[in-house]
Design a binder for this molecule. Structure first.
Ligand code: F6R
Length: 613
């Protein structure tokens, strides 16, 4: 939610910040803005729309000079997307400019306080309230801006990452975070600030991840971190393990398509060094080092949102089947508020691509406080959830930029499968032959996914045939039920077509009433223990004139005789199947979205990293 970028150093700040904002646009794209400090002149440009609209709106005569700037790309929370609600906001005196990612929950009483003191607000945002609150404290207490910021932050409730500049101190950016991410890149006599490392990687690989409740005082040649008690804290410098190419489109029309096609490589990266088929061995340090806690657990609780929650559902099936440990799968947003029973010894498995999802993060903080052991399955290295977890395993899927999650999902499934196998082996709930067979099946996944991606013309044809449908139903049983849910989620996100996912057998309990000759029904009907049953479900839809699209196993001769359209996928063990059968569904939604003329990398109303609740 919202991307923020800042620069201070010898370069012209404008191009650095604009380029950075484009890299962060996946985090929000309602409006964008930039504040430049040129000596003691503050120039603010902002515009509703994408970063390109901001650039277009800046005329040739605009003053783009200055070596210090802050920029923002917005996903609206308080106030509709508009020029006036865009960040940066400028304080009443005109001396301070600020950008903010997050939500100030108690902004209303603070605003009231300021209104009574004669403040007027140009926007509907909580950010403008916080900014003027800081200014008011500075004036009233006759203190430094840093001190005023500290006092303000102690008063506010909510999440924030803010960058703040002052015309009277054109050599400093003040930054602070709680709940919303902030990375600071360290160059030679320069610093880069951003919501994630993607705007920074081009310039430096040395970064500091700022922690909650830290304030950063950033100058060209100095970075000071302090806590809210005004005590200095040592910045911990991390080396980024990421290449620039990973965050560029690399010849593909969209990030989403690139990321779908990267899956053979990203799944292989995830398995590399961990899966040792020839030695009948799995190496998963996070699990190995914590087997005592994992084996002692009475239950596992999966906590996640969206696509990651779907990965959690697959994991429920896997872990219950292989490890015989009860599993609950929770939407983080519900879990954090419903006073769940969590006891010391409970194991929470947190699943998150970004590692920054606010609901997941807070749910974990609550569970950690109650003594649960947190195991993170996270993609984004160094992210808040990764750092909060007691242990974990990265998915190693590389930066995922397309707003719709694709390669992160298959990476999560790969890690969760390895985890289930490793625990089952340690617990003795899997025999050697089955363990070896599933290792072999896992190793074969990258090639099987590559085989699907080799020729997607059939999927594109099917997308063209059904793209004008107003609704879709996605059905699956067993391990393919979460895949059906994921297929429906992808389609609605990218193509804005109403889609629902259901367990195929549930259809008779309601959704079947929707079926008529206009409704495309996608069955994930690969060969598994439910195959005969799902064949019957297909018949039931056909009998009601629904249009049936089936994902079927190669060599299946029954399904193509019944379905209107069939997409074949390589055969796989049902436990491993979701990593394969989800790929055609990702492509189907991609093609429908593109054929309908939508911006699939930036679907409306969405943002990649949901750092507000
Ligand atoms: C769907 C999608 C979202 C995310 C969800 C959780 O394509 O991207 O549903 O899966 O917002 O995000 P993470 O995994 O970053 O916690």
């Amino acid at each position: 939610m919202c991307g923020i970028v800042g620069y201070i150093g010898p370069r012209q700040a404008y191009p650095v910040v604009i380029k950075g904002l484009k890299r962060l646009e996946y985090r929000g794209y309602d409006s964008a803005g930039i504040a430049l400090l040129n000596q003691q002149q503050l120039n603010v440009y902002k515009k509703k729309g994408k970063v390109a609209d901001l650039e277009d709106s800046i005329v040739a005569t605009s003053d783009l000079g200055g070596h210090i700037a802050i920029g923002h790309t917005r996903w609206a929370t308080h106030g509709e997307p508009s020029d006036r609600n865009s960040h940066p906001h400028v304080s009443k005196s005109g001396q301070l400019a600020m950008i903010h990612n997050g939500i100030i929950e108690n902004y209303a009483p603070i605003k009231e306080e300021l209104l009574q003191k004669g403040y007027e607000f140009k926007s509907d945002t909580d950010t403008e309230v916080l900014l003027n609150f800081i200014e008011e404290i500075r004036v009233k207490n006759e203190c430094s801006l840093e001190e005023a910021l500290r006092i303000a932050l102690k008063r506010i409730v909510g999440a924030y990452c803010i960058l703040l500049v002052d015309v009277n101190d054109p050599d400093t950016i003040l930054a602070a975070r709680k709940g919303s991410p902030l990375v600071i890149g360290i160059g030679k006599d320069e610093h880069f600030l951003a919501s994630d490392a993607s705007p920074i990687i081009e310039y430096t690989k040395e970064v500091v991840y700022v922690n909650d409740y830290q304030i950063a005082i950033v100058k060209r040649d100095e970075l000071v971190l302090k806590n809210l008690g005004n005590e200095k804290e040592t910045p911990f410098i991390t080396k980024l393990d990421m290449e620039l190419a990973a965050i560029e489109k690399g010849g593909y029309d969209h990030f989403m398509l690139k990321e779908i096609h990267e899956q053979p490589a990203t799944i292989a990266d995830c398995l590399r060094g961990r899966l040792q088929v020839e030695h009948s061995h799995l190496k998963l340090a996070g699990v190995e080092n914590n087997l005592d806690k994992l084996l002692a657990a009475k239950r596992f609780i999966m906590v996640a949102c969206g696509t990651s929650w779907h990965a959690g559902l697959v994991a429920e099936y896997l872990i219950e089947e292989l490890c015989r440990i009860p599993v609950e799968v929770e939407y983080a947003s519900e879990f954090r508020y419903r006073n769940p029973i969590i006891e010391p010894g409970d194991v929470i498995i947190a699943i998150s691509q970004s590692g920054e999802t606010a609901d997941t993060l807070v749910a974990l903080e609550n569970a950690k406080e109650k003594g649960a052991f947190i195991f993170g399955v996270v993609n984004s290295v160094g992210s808040s959830i990764a750092r909060l977890s007691h242990a974990g395993a990265y998915t190693h899927s590389g930066p995922e930029i397309g707003v719709a999650s694709t390669k992160a999902f298959t990476g999560q499934l790969a890690v969760l499968t390895m985890m289930a196998l490793k625990i089952a082996q340690a617990k003795g709930t899997i025999d050697e032959a089955r363990f070896d067979q599933l290792l072999g099946e896992l190793a074969a996944v990258p090639d099987k996914v590559a085989a699907i991606l080799k020729d997607s013309s059939n999927i594109e044809r099917i997308a063209a045939k059904y793209k004008d449908a107003s609704d879709f139903l996605f059905l699956g049983r067993g391990y393919n039920f979460p895949v059906a849910l994921e297929g429906a989620l992808k389609l609605k996100e990218i193509s804005y077509i109403h889609a629902e996912g259901y367990p195929a057998a549930e259809m008779k309990h309601g959704p079947i009433a929707l079926v008529d000759e206009h409704l495309p029904v996608v069955f994930v009907a690969t060969r598994d223990r439910f195959y005969e049953k799902i064949v019957s479900n297909v018949q039931e839809i056909k009998a009601r004139k629904g249009k049936v699209i089936c994902i079927a196993s190669e060599g299946d001769r029954v399904i193509p005789g019944m379905a209107d359209d069939t997409i074949f996928v390589p055969d796989a063990d049902e436990l491993i199947g979701p990593m394969i059968s989800v790929v055609p569904l990702q492509l189907l939604s991609y093609f429908v979205g593109v054929l309908k003329g939508y911006d699939v990398d930036k679907p409306r109303n969405l943002a990649k990293s949901v750092t507000v609740e």
